[in-house]
Design a protein around this ligand. Sequence first.
Ligand SMILES: Nc1ncnc2c1ncn2[C@@H]1O[C@H](COP(=O)(O)OP(=O)(O)O)[C@@H](O)[C@H]1O
Ligand SMILES: CC(C)(COP(=O)(O)O)[C@@H](O)C(=O)NCCC(=O)O
Length: 312
Amino acid sequence: MSAPSPYVELDRSDWARLRENHPLSLDAEDLGRLRGLGDPIDLDEVEEVYLPLSRLLTFYVAGTTSLHRVTSEFLGENPPKSPFVIGVAGSVAVGKSTTARILRELMCRWPDTPRVDLVTTDGFLLPNAVLRERGLLQRKGFPESYDRRGLLRFMTAVKSGHPEVHAPVYSHHTYDIVPGEHVAVRQPDVLIVEGLNVLQPSMTRGDGRSGLAVADFFDFSVYVDAHLEDIRRWYVERFLRLRQTSFADPDSYFHRYAGLSDDEARETALDIWSSINEPNLVDNVLPTRGRASLVLSKDRDHEVRRIRLRKL
Ligand SMILES: Nc1ncnc2c1ncn2[C@@H]1O[C@H](COP(=O)(O)OP(=O)(O)O)[C@@H](O)[C@H]1O
Ligand SMILES: CC(C)(COP(=O)(O)O)[C@@H](O)C(=O)NCCC(=O)O
């Protein structure tokens, strides 16, 4: 007998059947807008992987809403509407942002969840000046490089049904927090929170914190998974592509990399990958995979091949 697991595992074709003939309402143009740089996702994948997931999520939203109603009736309260919160986790360069954007687009087309907001946790990174002061500039993306208390306060306010909650904004272009800018979250039906570390357990009690973690506010979570060697390759390929796009702009923090030859760019990307992103993946991100409600496993071509859904 195989070891008991809280997950049920399906291959893509079995999972795809769970779509139950629900029509796909996205077209190639929508997908072009949602796809991240270098992500080859096609409409078949949206139809076979993300459409069944959005259908499952509508059931979860309904179930969670009734559960909240029961609690409110028990307490004799009439609390403000609390959004259904979905966390999307995984490595740098695995394609979390594409997953999050597609989920958003599909979920807002279901009748019960027309308002879906998306927030990325990079807005809660500490500004470069603070990272520098704390000796953390080479640790961007590690749990300690975030304003974790700020992120927790944000989640608590959103979940409490606060009419308007603000999140700071990060720019990949300037590689820093954008001063004075924010995104506003105004009581959506669903909030998707995407980021490397969203499934991290709470900070230790010794830090004098509440013991709560961002993930405690999730109603559902997705971990986007792939083999480390594949993600490393995707990171390097994206870095090579960024030379022609983002890095080409003189205002880009990475502009100094725009003129690198292919070999030099590959070497630089591998250096950043192996000194920052791979250790963070191995030490902090991957260990949280077992906390996700759903794990999407990609093959070497970026295609989702296997789906694990938590049933316990
Ligand atoms: N240096 C960069 N300049 C511009 N955009 C970037 C840069 N690095 C990453 N991005 C973009 O930021 C988004 C998030 O990237 P990342 O954190 O690696 O997560 P993922 O690839 O899993 O979505 C992606 O859409 C990616 O294309
Ligand atoms: C901004 C990030 C830390 C991701 O943040 P997230 O939204 O996942 O919290 C990451 O994309 C990043 O830029 N890492 C720094 C190392 C690098 O340039 O690859």
